[in-house]
Design a protein around this ligand. Structure first.
Ligand code: CA
Length: 232
């Protein structure tokens, strides 16, 4: 099955996120349909027969868990669930509703697409493992080594585990080394959200990077944004 034969139903009531996800999946060559509430999701799942459903939990009508139950009782289909928080994910996993994977908001489009492809590969092997990376090799900043191709980070020779979103944020700062990036720009480039209302998530991810990689790496430019100094 090639990507352009693969249909994905996006169930999400926040228009900004629904649009961003739909645009990206279309650009990746998937067929896409969108539903904004529980009852419509069940109806579209029946009519569109998607190969995978990206399903938000909190929805008008009835919630994503009920959508999951109703859809799965009619026809098994892989479901990737969008959750608002890590503890919500734990809760849903505990309920055993039968989603194939979970992505916690906020997520980067790169992360979402990677997870979608991973789920599809799992259910329809043999799949096509598309390995493509634009980025160059390893970059060193002091005792920090960032391997963009392998998406690995080492500090003082020791590997540091970053989440996909943390890595994307670091790579974005690295690409723009020496420049000050506003939270809105980071939100758009890393999370692919044109809506700047979620800028707090940028702060929390910067905080996570500082905790893992040291306080001195990323500079706060008061009232503007963040910068990774060219000289560091
Ligand atoms: Ca929602």
């Amino acid at each position: 099955m090639t990507a352009n034969e693969t249909r994905i139903l996006i169930v999400e009531d926040e228009p900004t996120i629904a649009r961003a996800v739909a645009d990206r999946l279309v650009a990746e060559g998937f067929g896409v349909d969108v539903a904004g509430d529980g009852p419509t999701a069940v109806e579209r799942a029946r009519a569109y027969e998607p190969h995978l459903i990206v399903l938000d939990v909190m929805l008008p009508g009835f919630d994503g868990l009920e959508v999951c139950r109703r859809v799965q009782s009619e026809r098994p289909v892989p479901i990737l669930m969008l959750t608002a928080r890590d503890d919500e994910t734990d809760l849903i996993v505990g309920l055993g509703v039968g989603a194939d994977d979970y992505v916690t908001k906020p997520f980067s489009m790169r992360e979402l697409v990677a997870r979608i492809r991973a789920v599809l590969r799992r259910v329809e092997r043999p799949g096509t493992a598309a390995v493509a990376d634009d980025a160059a090799g390893a970059v060193c900043i002091g005792s920090l080594e960032v391997d963009q191709r392998a998406r690995r980070v080492r500090l003082d020779g020791r590997e540091v585990h970053l989440t996909p979103t943390e890595f994307d944020l670091l790579a974005c700062l690295l690409r723009n080394r020496g420049a000050v990036l506003t939270r809105a720009v980071l939100l758009e480039q890393v999370w692919n959200w044109a809506d700047a209302s979620g800028t707090r998530v940028v702060d929390s991810h910067v905080k996570a990077l500082r905790r893992k990689l040291g306080q001195g790496l990323i500079r706060t430019v008061h009232g503007v944004g963040y910068s990774l100094d060219a000289a560091s």
